[in-house]
Design a protein around this ligand. Structure first.
Ligand SMILES: Cc1ncc(COP(=O)(O)O)c(C=O)c1O
Length: 429
């Protein structure tokens, strides 16, 4: 496989941008591939190599790349201009649609990123309750703002925090392990907290599902301690099913954050929840929130178009593909006698290079990240683009096919063969 063009581009980029990239997770070793175009489940690099894409923009592209409905809606919006600094009807249309699917979001506010959504939701929780302390889950990633950059997942997982975050900015942030309601209960008894912010299915240490009754226990304990519950559904919203994790698990948070899919692949974040909390947000209340690009017409058009394509039947099909891929991966690993963990839910999946079942951040830290790095590199050689970090989630879209999955399993067999020096007889795959 030739990657000369990507190598050349990277040589230029690394002199211009830290690590040559615009976001750290994109810094693939020794250099990332540069994308020329993408459609459906496929992505082509600058050297003309083709990959089946499971990174899918890190989650927004549930319809696959360049879906015609999204293309048409964006093109239509562009004809009328794209940035007005005034309200537009599409805001109301999308707000109504979100509210219908997420009834807990009685009122909501559009922002431009998931980071802004969680920052604003936390500010609203603090403003509403008059309390400073917040609780987050170890390995939970809620974007790149100061208060949540303590043991974050994703690209910053190995750092306890980030340089440049003042101690004062995180002194009111308490950490608890996922899937451990007793630890949460203890933390809330010790700390009078404004809110708990939690990814109901963790996505930024790889996908980790909540155990039986964990989320309903979390709801109970937060209520008992008068702590608001924020579900960060930036990944899970419109991903697990139409109503997100709160619908799937039947647990109602006080506040919700959305991003990724709701913007149809264009920048968007949303935070919303109980009316009495959201009325604290400016201009009706004193919790400040603002943004030049908030409720951007192009993102609204793309979001509305994306949601108009999604339906129960589509989720059944695409979640079925996820189940099938995980099953095929487990069978393959069993056949190869390789003991690593395949985890996920619906369209979210990851191969964890640990024998442990990953239930939380500490389990995730037992993964052999060097092996994953090699595995994902070998998979790129096979024409499969997986998230390059062990601590990310891979995504299946409605554009993926059974043939894509079968090809992927054959590629996995070859990659594991290289990785573990196995003699693999692949005809079955
Ligand atoms: C759960 C979660 N919350 C918040 C964010 C931040 O979103 P953004 O990157 O759009 O700022 C992310 C990003 O991956 C995320 O996964």
């Amino acid at each position: 496989m030739r990657t000369d063009e990507s190598a050349k581009l990277y040589e230029k980029a690394r002199k211009l941008m830290p690590g040559g990239v615009s976001s750290p997770v994109r810094a693939i070793d020794p250099y990332p591939f540069y994308v020329q175009k993408a459609s459906d489940s496929r992505i082509w690099d600058a050297d003309g190599n083709l990959y089946i894409d499971y990174c899918m923009g890190y989650g927004p592209l549930i319809l696959g790349h360049a879906h015609p409905a999204v293309y048409a809606a964006v093109a239509e919006q562009l004809k009328s201009g794209w940035d007005y600094g005034t309200p537009v009807k599409a805001e109301i249309d999308l707000a109504e649609r979100i509210q219908a699917d997420f009834p807990s979001m009685e009122m909501l506010r559009f922002v431009s990123t998931g980071t802004e959504a969680t920052m604003s939701a936390i500010r609203a929780a603090r403003g509403f309750t008059g309390k400073d302390t917040i609780v987050k889950v170890e390995g939970g990633y809620h974007g790149a703002h100061d208060a949540v950059l303590v043991k974050p997942g994703s690209a910053a997982i190995s750092a306890a925090s980030s340089l440049g975050v003042p101690a004062a900015a995180v002194k009111n942030t308490v950490q608890v392990p996922f899937n451990d309601v007793e630890a949460l209960s203890g933390a809330l008894e010790k700390n009078d907290a404004a809110c708990l912010i939690i990814e109901p299915v963790m996505g930024n240490i790889g996908p980790v599902v909540p155990e039986e009754a964990y989320l309903s226990d979390v709801r109970k304990v937060t209520e008992e301690n008068e702590t608001l519950l924020i579900f960060d559904e930036v990944i899970t919203g419109f991903r697990l099913c139409i109503g997100g994790a709160q619908c799937l698990y039947g647990v109602t948070p006080d506040l919700t954050t959305l991003g990724k899919i709701v913007g149809g692949g264009f920048p968007m974040g949303v935070f919303g929840g109980a009316k009495e909390i959201m009325e604290c947000v400016a201009p009706t209340g004193g919790v400040f929130n603002a943004g030049t690009f908030s409720g951007h017409p192009v993102s609204l058009a793309a979001g509305l178009a994306t949601l108009s394509v999604l339906n129960e039947e589509g989720y059944r099909r695409v979640n079925g593909l996820g189940d099938l891929l995980r099953r095929m991966l487990v069978d393959l690993l069993e056949e190869l006698d390789v003991h690593i963990s395949v985890q996920g839910i619906g369209t979210m999946f990851q191969v964890f290079f640990t024998e442990k079942l990953v239930r939380n951040y500490r389990d995730a830290l037992t993964c052999n990240t060097d092996l994953y790095k090699k595995f994902s590199a070998y998979m790129r050689d096979e024409g499969i683009f997986l998230a390059p970090s062990q601590y990310e989630t891979n995504f299946i879209s409605l554009a993926h096919s059974n043939e894509d999955l079968e090809y992927t399993i054959r590629a996995c067999a070859n990659a594991f063969e290289r990785l573990y020096n196995l003699e693999v007889d692949t005809p079955g795959y």
